[in-house]
Ligand binder design. Sequence first.
Ligand code: SF4
Length: 452
Amino acid sequence: MTTVAPNRASETDTSFRSSEIRIRAGMPICQTDLPLDWYQEEFKVYAEEYLALRDRTPETVLPWMDRYIQPALDHFGDSLLLLAHYYMGGEIVKLVERYGGTIADSYVLALQAVRNPQSKTIVESAVHFMAESIAILAHPDQAVYITNPKAGCTMEMLAKEWMVEPLFDELRDRFGDDLLVVTYMNTSGRLKALSGLTGGATCTSSNARIIVDWALKQGKKVLFLPDEHLGDNVAGQLGIGPQGVYRLPGGQSAMHFRVDALSSNERDQLDGAQMLLFGSYCGVHMVFRPEHVEYWRALGYRVLVHPECRREVVEAADGAGSTAYLWREMLGTPSGGKLAIATEGHFVRNAKEQAAMRGVEVVNLADVPGADGSFGCGCATMSRNDPPHLVALLDLLRRGNAPAINRVLPGDNVDERTGWRERLDASSRSEIARLARLALEKMIELTESAGG
Ligand code: SF4
């Protein structure tokens, strides 16, 4: 049983019922075409039709999509739920909403199965960890699908179970039950299960401070997985100084971490730290620098950043928060306002488009003219979901032929290059789901009681 109260809206989710992004005649509804060989075999026939369309305007693309999607909507009715994340390209955000779907941040996405028990088929256009979190919390009669199984998160790819487990075992041997794992949402179910195993919780960028504060108040040492920068920013918010934070390796280097290979000074630091930060990161958020903040602020822009940015960027900014926070701030800026936003490029492009309709100017914080090598970029892995992926999956679901590779189950280990997934046997899967669900439910309980 989940602890979620279905009709109780938290502070986090109230602002994300609709993106308010509109489709207008003649606009370029789809920005980039993927090459045909990037589609899985079953989807190629749909991709060929799409790539042969004469242009990417709504007038051309929508009739083609309607031909497949409308029969699927009629077939499934209320039992179909379409979801997408705000970091998706503008086209998927617009299209998913057009077909009655919901756009949200990762916290709200995770709650969707549990809040919509009538939805038996859930189709997500975003990355794997988001779909898996929905699947972990889903009721047994709900099935979760992802439109592109190759859509992964590079931060999560630097914290695969086989990279993290040896390090976790070392730390658990040293600290025993004093070690509590807080997993950022951007992790596999297998890592979330480590939180459940140690009595910890999952967190998102909107509630990380609440979760870590709760963990520290129990007198525990927090292993924060996997984003070093979000963990560092939370440490700063909680007034934890440099001695209270220990930086661990990330990626494959983490597998070689050995406590007995540390110097005595390093061991003392490890033993004395309140937070142990795993060394993964999001490349998209690493491009932002304090000088970008100075540049745009000098031109009268208010600077808003995501807490996956480095601490010096967050501390220099006027505000920092999750995608929900950034979107809400943009919608709340009066006409004539100017915002420089540091987060994923598609989000900023969507915000720019939406803000322009309200007389507000939005720029990408990294787009500083003449700056050496700086540019704001999109999440390339998330953008692997596009209109043909949505069309193909919905049509194949209606026909009863959805490929097994698009089904998402708790504990799946995905190879993001091929889309192949290693699937656990039923009993291992059920144990991973149980532990990961404990971590997600603890997050929901703490978040709802703090701000709901
Ligand atoms: S923007 Fe970064 S953290 Fe978010 S899904 Fe993409 S790679 Fe992962």
